[in-house]
Design a protein around this ligand. Structure first.
Ligand code: ADE
Length: 227
């Protein structure tokens, strides 16, 4: 899979994309990620990518042209690869990101993530965009952290990204429920014991217990997940 990110803060991505599972997935060529500086596509002498809002009001609005130029550049660069490209805008106005969307995005060959800033983006940028994505009902200072959250959630679903493919099987949301509790050694810590069944070695019983705990925690914390 190929992921391109268009941002005015390319440096923000260095740490997140250069550590842990994402770093390994890139090394294993499971994913090819390119961070692109929007300012390179500004025609302004000072590399300005924003301007005052028509109609007045506070703050600045990101201009349409650099986004169109940047996406066209990416399309030209990837033309010979004949990838199916989906362009996503990170915005609090988008559909709320969840596990099913992560799985859907993981099946795409190429995604381009546009990170917005300031008061917003010129509405005409939406003409470039296939999907608008929000990571929740709160407003961040820009689309970079949401883009990183989307990239992380998508990459870990790509075949070959995780060391152990089984680790995805029972995790929260994979069956539409939250995950069961985990324990490791010691079997007793500060007077708190690990549930007996987990020490029993009876795999059938353990499976049943985990299923029951998973339903219990989901009912209690996320009743909305239970159809
Ligand atoms: N940009 C600012 N806030 C955001 C959010 N909650 N989701 C996606 N993009 C954003």
């Amino acid at each position: 899979m190929r992921i391109d990110v268009i941002t005015i803060f390319p440096g923000m991505f260095d740490a997140v994309l250069g550590e842990s599972i994402i770093k390994l997935a890139r090394q294993k060529r499971v994913v090819d990620i390119n961070i692109i500086d929007l300012r390179l596509f500004s025609k302004d002498r000072h590399r300005k990518v924003d301007d005052k809002p028509f109609g007045g009001g506070p703050g600045m609005v990101m201009s349409a042209e650099p986004f169109f130029e940047a996406v066209n550049y990416i399309r030209r660069r990837t033309k010979d690869m004949r990838l199916k490209t989906r362009v996503m805008l990170l915005t609090p106005r988008g559909s709320t990101f969840n596990h099913d969307m992560a799985a859907k995005f993981a099946a795409y060959e190429h995604i381009v993530l546009l990170c917005g800033h300031y008061e917003g983006i010129d509405e005409r940028v939406r003409g470039l965009v296939d999907e608008e994505v929000s990571i929740g009902d709160f407003v961040l200072t820009g689309g970079e952290l949401p883009a990183m959250a989307v990239i992380d959630a998508v990459i870990r679903l790509l075949p070959g990204a995780l060391g152990n493919e089984d680790s995805r099987k029972d995790e929260s949301f994979s069956h539409g429920t939250l995950e069961y509790p985990h324990y490791t050694r010691p079997a007793e810590y500060m007077g708190k014991k690990v549930p007996e069944v987990l020490l029993s070695g009876d795999h059938e019983k353990i499976k049943k217990w985990r299923k029951k705990e998973s339903s219990k925690v989901t009912k209690k914390r996320r009743p909305d997940l239970i159809k």
